[in-house]
Design a protein around this ligand. Structure first.
Ligand SMILES: C[S@@+](CC[C@H](N)C(=O)[O-])C[C@H]1O[C@@H](n2cnc3c(N)ncnc32)[C@H](O)[C@@H]1O
Length: 223
């Protein structure tokens, strides 16, 4: 699948997939969107956890992993085990095109992002004392979730218009089973049919204001 480099409105980069007519991130701002959806309404929405197991579906550029790792620097009594699933990993050349440093503005941006993107696939890697990552090359539909449990799921697939199969109930049933009680699944998507699917599975679904350019996003909790 061909990926074309693009710059979003906050100045941060993304990729565009002509075949799907879909971007990796919001064209209003990749970093802005990732911080709003996955950090503010995901990681910072979890309470009372010392060790957090996070699953990301659609690891892509690794931006959500990087923002999570940076956020954990101010929470050093907590630790994160991060599992990123990606069906079609970016090449080294594609990673080299990406520079989020101006929007993220952290002294250790380059070493952390390099650590995350260079980490070997299928091998757990410690990036910082309280953030470790395991990246798996697989379709989520082919990955056996039954041996895992999670507190937080970042669901960052292409949207339902571009990739309807990623939003079907059959994908979310095993995710619900793998989620701990009080765990949450968070996504930028607010499509009605998707939210009805989540409710039918048993999730408690909450609509929250979306990032700039998007009215709503979704948080789904397992009680
Ligand atoms: C919206 S983009 C990813 C955004 C990513 N989180 C980032 O910050 O770059 C969706 C990603 O899901 C991946 N993907 C597509 N189908 C998939 C599947 N069945 N299982 C896992 N990943 C998939 C794509 O290759 C792409 O990298």
């Amino acid at each position: 699948m061909k990926r074309e480099f693009r710059v979003t409105k906050d100045g941060s980069p993304t990729f565009y997939i002509p075949e799907l007519d879909e971007h990796f991130h919001s064209t209003h701002g990749a970093v802005q969107e990732a911080k709003h959806v996955f950090i503010q309404n995901g990681l910072n929405y979890l309470n009372n956890k010392i060790e957090i197991n996070i699953l990301e579906i659609g690891f892509g550029c690794g931006l959500n992993a990087l923002l999570t790792c940076l956020e954990m620097e101010s929470k050093n009594s907590l630790s994160v085990n991060y599992l990123g699933i990606e069906s079609t990993p970016l090449s080294e050349d594609e990673y080299l095109k990406l520079d989020f440093s101006k929007q993220i503005n952290a002294d250790n941006y380059f070493s952390l992002y390099k650590g995350i993107t260079d980490a070997n696939w299928n091998e757990t890697t410690h990036i910082t004392p309280n953030f470790k990552i395991l990246k798996i090359k697989s379709k989520i539909q082919d990955f056996d979730l039954s041996r895992h449990t999670f507190d937080l799921i970042y669901y960052d697939a292409f949207g339902p218009r571009a990739q309807q199969e990623m939003w079907e109930k059959s994908v979310f049933l095993p995710l619900y089973d793998a989620l701990n009680t009080n765990g949450i699944l968070v996504t930028y998507c607010a499509q009605g049919q998707f939210k009805r699917n989540l409710k039918e599975i048993g999730f408690f679904v909450e609509a929250k204001p979306g990032p700039p350019g998007k009215r709503e996003m979704t948080i789904a909790r397992k009680f």
